[in-house]
Structure formats: C-alpha cells, structure tokens
Design a protein around this ligand. Sequence first.
Ligand SMILES: [Zn+2]
Length: 471
Amino acid sequence: MYEGNGKMSGKGTVIIKNAAAIVSCDENDTVYHDSDILIEGPKILKIDDKIDDEPADEIIDARGKFVYPGMVNTHHHFFQTFVRNLTTIDYPNMLVLDWIEEIYKIFKLIDPDVIYYSSLTAMADLLKHGCTTAFDHQYCYPRSAGKQLVDRQMEAAQQLGIRYHAGRGANTLPHKDGGNVPEEMVETTEEFIADCERLIDMFHDPEPYSMRQIVVAPCQPINCYKDTFSQSLELARDKGVYLHTHLGEGENPAILERWGVRTLKWCEEIGFAGPDVWYAHGWELTPEEYKVMGETGTGLSHCPAPATLGGFPIIDIPSMKKNGMRLSLGCDGSATNDSSNMLDSLRMAYLMQSYHSKSRGGAPSGYEMLKLATKGGSHMIGRNDLGSLEPGKGADLFMIDTERLDLAGALHDPGNLLARVGVTGDVWLTMVNGKVVYSDGILTGVDEIRLAREAEEVCTRVLREKSSKFY
Ligand SMILES: [Zn+2]
C-alpha cells in the first residue's frame, strides 16, 4: 500500500492521494471529492484536489476510498469485554440494580492481566471500526488487584497506537451505608483521590496532539459518598483535568429517597457540572433538566446499545440540541453492549432517533449522528485539536473501501452513508496521530493472533474457571 517516492522529507510526511471523498466534518460541512491530504508528523497540513509538489515519506493510494475523521468514543468499560455474551446474567431481562449486584460477583475476580488483555481486546475492536480516541471508565478495583490498573491500560493503548483518555473511577459507599458493590471492591475516597493524583502526575499530557490524558470519574452517585464527588471536583479543577460519571440510568428514585433531590440536582449542588464535566446515559433526564445542562455546558454521552438492551427510553436528541446540550456517542461497557464497535453504535443511535421521528417532529440525519461521534466526541473530552479533517487538526482518520458490491448504489452521500446504510465490517485503514495503526485487516503494532490466544487463556484462567456464571 505504501510507495516511497524517493523524496524523503525526514519530517514524517504522508500524502493520502486521490481519495474518492473526504468527509471533513468542518464548520462548513465540506466534502472533498478526488482529493489529497498532506500530513506532517501528528497533524494535517493541507487538503487539496492535487498535492504533487510536496515531498513525502509515505504515499497512501486512496482511490475508491471514503475518508472520515476518527471517531471518539466517550463512554466505555474495557474490563467488561471479558464478560460478554453471558446469558446467565442477562441485562435485557434484569433490573439494572439487580444486574449490578450479580455481575459484580464476577468483576471482583478481575486482576491486572484481565485489565490488560480486555483493554487490548476492546481497543482493537475500536480501531478496526474507525475509532481513534477512546475514553474508558475504569472503576473496577478489587482489593486483590492492586492500583496499577490504568497503568496496564496505558501499556495496551501504546502498543496499539490508539489515543487514550483514562477515566479513573471508584465506588466508595459500603453496603452498610446503602451501596450495592461487594466490599472487596469498595475503595475509600482517600485511596481513590490519591491514585487519581498519581495517575495525573504520571500520565496526563494536556498538550495538543497528546496521546494520553486522565479524567477523574467516580463511578456513580448511588455507590459513592458525596465527599468522593466534591473531592474529585477539587482535584480535577486544581489539575485542569475533566470529570465524568454515570447519571440518569435508573437511579433517580433511589437518589430521591436518599437525598431528597434528583441525581442531576445532587451533582449540581456539589458543583459536579460545567463545560469540563460529562455524564453517561441520561435516560431519565427531563426536558427541564436538558435546559439546565445546556445552561451549565455539561455534556452527555449517548450510549445506544445499553439503552436498547435494557429497554430504557430513547433520549430526545433534537430537543437536547435545541436546549444547547453538548452530545457525543459511546459504546458503553461490553457487558451491556457485547461489542466495542462504534460504527455499529452509530447506526443503532441513528435508527433509535428515527423511531421517534414522527412524534418528535423529525430525526437527526445520518450525517448529524456522525458528527456526534466525531466533533461531538472531541468537544466532549476537551480535544479541539481533533474531531474534523482540516489543516492544523490531529491526523486521526479512517477510510472505507467503496469498491464493494454491497455499497453500490449508495455512494452519492458519503456523509450520510455510515449511519444510514451502515458499514458494519472493519474499515480499510485507521490512522492515529499521523500513523497507520490498522490497514487491510492488520493491526500494525502487534501480533494479533498471539495476543488473542493469550487473552482467551487469561479470561479462562482468571474468570471462567472461577465462576459458574460462564456456563
Ligand atoms: Zn457505563
């Protein structure tokens, strides 16, 4: 695929030549046809209909390919990749809080090897389906597993070449005070905050084109003390990092009973809201609450798979947008999705919105949904250097091969194609920060077959052999 052209610039330049379409997702929604992209190091220098006079170290022949900005996944739990496909703890047929009670019995067996291999598994799935920046909410801390779990995820992300934002989560409320997480997975607020601080100092890189950042992310209000949230806020604001939690996923009646207010109000009273904060889900949010979130600038990661599998209400994206809410897309943990495929989540989100189009006065187009997954995601996590294809932005992109019979007759609207028609197989190429990390079926940084075998062995040794729930 690569042709050295003999004109080595020594700057790590790449030219993507003759792309059939480049869906930029820029301010003007520009779609370029038969055009080229010049990349130097981590960033895009130029997009034009012909770039011939520039030296390049690599040339990628993109004839017949559509190019899109890399998608940004804004909610996930990588460790859950190893509890997929479990009908013995069946999310669609259980109440969420009962499901949490049961699934945590497996989560407490997790060790650092499970974290490493499940993270590799999830991130490989993400890269193969066009996601270039992954946020993960890692709240699984069995006491026996120690504290070096995000460290193992960072190792996995670096091997694969994905851009990684790690949310350090925690549950701090023991059973005696109303929590429903096993005692061996409950941390104190002090341990949690200390580890967040360690991770920020060790890994957080706030510079443009940064490959790794840390987010302070207590798991959910229902399983934490109030103090955990206020201390998270204090630390994050002091260090200049973002904040995240679960909200509006069925917990409101319990929070109302415990605290006398709904969850959004509870977060707002603490100050856990603002342009540097985003929540996952929001199935229970009311139109009045959309307005409040719009006013405070607090964002929401929509995760279509768990909403569908769990039978929750479909969020009203047009109304949320009208109220100025920041929105993005997430896979969510694989225990409530069973995959880490953003193309799949994108199409599912589009179909869900269309389901209510008549009663809600219209649905977002496929292209509008794509923008939630690209620009919306980068804005959500504070990455204005990503999310669209234009000069100065990070060179994060993916390409699909359109010379396939199954796409014939659908190619006239490249922006709408992914959500409306659906491209559910793997993409042709994924590039992160100017480097090709997946191409033509191959993850370029790793021996995939060896890692897949090792991952299966670890899942069997640590989880399957110790829990009857797998069979
Ligand atoms: Zn979640």
